[in-house]
Design a protein around this ligand. Structure first.
Ligand code: AHR
Length: 324
């Protein structure tokens, strides 16, 4: 057998395995005393990610999980490799927050082909390439379009000026929250003709990059009076840049955002930020509940939707003690 024939046979076996898996539908989950569970984190460079991982770790004992966690350090390629390594270690279940919508598709498909029920957590993948109920069990998470829309509606109701000049700090390019939070906000704010989005640029959901991008955009758009950040970390970075430039967030610039971190709630209490729409990182208990329902043979709804609150000057102080 030459190299080409071997490659063709390996490919044929791979295709056969894939079609067997999809012909059989979703892999079942056997009822067990303990489960070997994989949680593949994408990065740990912000409080939200750290809180999400901690939520899985804190849930492990009560849910009878032998939990393996990995950290892809901001690389989609490493996250795919991390999932492959967990598959090789024989996990029973995979919980995956895919860093970006397209590059993580192979990881989802490989877990399915290996017979491992996979739940996407907090972020989703491109629905044209992988479908809940077919390629993975379900997506557990928020409605990101609605989060963006709620920020825009709050802004429209609470902005007191005649003209709102908006800078938008986008999340990680190609990620579901960045795509959807932009769409929800842009569509809703278009209904109020006082507003114009003069710049929209990625800050990769990171505080320091948010600060740097804001510094640059402030030079190009010194008349900005609204900052919409796709997460609180970038909002805090933007506040730092505004203050360094001699601006007064909360007075001459309205900063609005999404997540509900401790620093954001403090910024609201301090009058530097207007609103943050919640996006909860506490997925551990929900993941446990949904996994057990699946093991009991229930059909899981394709989207297990998380409901989000809204934090403003009216209630931020009531919630800061529970924030992360
Ligand atoms: O996927 C959710 C987003 O990812 C959070 O808003 C953000 O802070 C995190 O990194």
């Amino acid at each position: 057998m030459n190299r080409r024939t071997i490659l063709m046979s390996v490919t044929a076996i791979g295709l056969a395995l894939t079609s067997v898996a999809s012909a059989q539908g979703l892999p079942p989950l056997e009822k067990k005393e303990r489960y070997k569970v994989g949680f593949s984190q994408m990065e740990s460079n912000n409080p939200w990610r750290i809180a999400e991982t901690k939520s899985f770790v804190d849930t492990a004992e009560s849910c009878n999980w032998d939990l393996i966690t990995t950290d892809a350090a901001g690389s989609a390629a490493k996250q795919v490799a991390d999932v492959e390594s967990m598959i090789a270690q024989g996990i029973d279940v995979l919980f995956l927050p895919p860093r970006e919508e397209k590059p993580l598709i192979p990881a989802v498909k490989r877990a399915q082909a290996a017979g491992i029920p996979t739940f996407l957590v907090d972020r989703s993948v491109d629905p044209n390439a992988a479908v809940a109920g077919e390629d993975f069990v379900a997506f557990l998470g928020s409605d990101f379009i609605d989060q963006g829309r709620r920020v825009a509606e709050w802004l429209s109701e609470n902005f007191e000026g005649d003209k709102g000049v908006i800078v938008q700090l986008e999340g990680t390019t190609g990620s579901s929250p960045a795509n959807d939070r932009k769409k929800g906000f842009d569509d809703a704010i278009a209904a109020d003709d006082r507003f114009e989005i003069v710049a929209s640029q990625t800050g990769d959901f990171a505080r320091d990059l948010g600060r740097q991008v804001m510094e640059t955009l402030l030079q190009a758009h010194p008349d900005v009076n609204v900052v919409y950040a796709h997460n609180d970390e970038m909002a805090i970075g933007a506040i730092q840049a505004l203050e360094l430039a001699g601006r007064t967030p909360g007075e001459d610039v309205l900063v609005v955002s999404i997540d509900g971190t401790r620093d954001a709630l403090q910024a609201i209490i301090d009058g530097k930020m207007g609103v943050t729409v919640e996006s909860s990182p506490f997925f551990g208990p929900l993941a446990c509940e949904v996994m057990n329902r699946y093991a009991d043979g229930e059909t899981i709804e394709p989207w297990v939707q998380v409901q989000d609150r809204i934090f403003t000057a009216e209630n931020a102080a009531d919630h800061i003690d529970e924030a992360y």
